[in-house]
Write a protein of this length. Structure first.
Length: 312
């Protein structure tokens, strides 16, 4: 069985931190995207529905100031649903669509979805945001602007410093006339946030525990999936929802490919994800500090979600 050395290295490194952690990017194996798609359809998780409505209503306005023909590149394309809605609503001929994701299953789903609406000039890049951005900037269409889509509030998975650094990297690969469309979830009442990240049906808990299942299958781990509960915590001082896997008992853990043995105490947690929330004005300021020019926002006040277009 093939063992991803980066996966093994990161599991070893992060599980030895205090507190113990696992990188959220490894949620997305073959099963992870399907579980996340289910989360997006839950009534308590409003990000997807709000962003879908904003993209549908304002796609043409988002692209209006840009020259033609337009090329799109999406970071973390997932199933491609958002991109398909955006492209359909904009009613623009696209010179090229580039998809960037760390999940082969997601790239396949997105390519299929775009083909179903007649978009076949598609290139896919399996890798990190940074790797995909570099390749997308090199392979872009010779004429016309490139618009980077970074949707789903995925930027919230980065801490504030990391998010600002990523915005700078995006700006660096763009040229005058290019743009960035950024979706960000906004700060809202704690009860609403916790329901979104710890739903009554337990879908988010299954998504979280699937990371341990993946370690077991791919790295020779022995995590007992029934030995962990899912916990979501709102950290108001850091404006983030934290996801944890909490050990229900004392247990010895082994991960063969990571050359790792350790003991988890009862109630000890593994921190698996952070979802930072924004104020609308903060999004604009972060873009300005990253070197972007004009910014325009479309905001769903009721659901607490912002769509921001930056131009270079």
């Amino acid at each position: 069985m093939f063992v991803d050395p980066s996966f093994a290295h990161d599991v070893r490194s992060y599980l030895q931190r205090t507190p113990r952690q696992l990188p959220s990017r490894y949620f997305y194996d073959e099963l992870g995207p399907a579980l996340f798609e289910a989360i997006c359809r839950l009534p308590w998780y409003r990000i997807t529905r709000s962003e879908t409505a904003l993209l549908d209503a304002h796609a043409a306005a988002v692209l209006a100031p840009l020259s033609r023909p337009i090329g799109l590149a999406e970071l973390g394309c997932g199933s491609g649903e958002m991109l398909a809605i955006f492209a359909t609503s904009a009613r623009e001929p696209l010179s090229l669509v580039q998809l960037i994701d760390i999940s082969p299953a997601a790239l396949d789903m997105a390519t299929y979805r775009l083909a179903a609406i007649g978009i076949r000039n598609v290139r896919t890049y399996l890798g990190t945001y940074e790797e995909g951005l570099r390749r997308a900037s090199q392979d872009r269409h010779a004429s016309g602007p490139l618009v980077v889509l970074f949707l789903g509030s995925n930027i919230g998975n980065f801490d504030p410093a990391g998010a600002r650094e990523l915005l700078v990297r995006i700006r660096t690969v763009l040229r005058p006339g290019d743009g960035l469309v950024l979706g960000t979830d906004l700060v809202k009442p704690e009860r609403e946030l916790l329901l979104a990240y710890d739903d009554p049906l337990g879908v988010t808990a299954a998504f979280n525990r699937n990371l341990l299942r993946r370690i077991n299958d791919e790295l020779g781990g022995n995590f007992a999936l029934d030995g962990f509960s899912h916990r979501a915590v709102w950290n108001s001082s850091q404006r983030r929802v934290e996801a944890h896997l909490v050990s229900l008992r004392r247990q010895s853990v082994r991960v063969d490919a990571a050359h790792l043995d350790f003991t988890l105490q009862q109630d000890e947690s593994i921190w698996t994800e952070s979802s930072h929330k924004y104020e609308a004005a903060q999004v604009v300021e972060d873009g300005r500090l990253a070197g972007f020019g004009h910014a325009e926002q479309w905001i769903d006040r009721e659901a607490g979600f912002a769509l921001t277009r930056f131009t270079v």
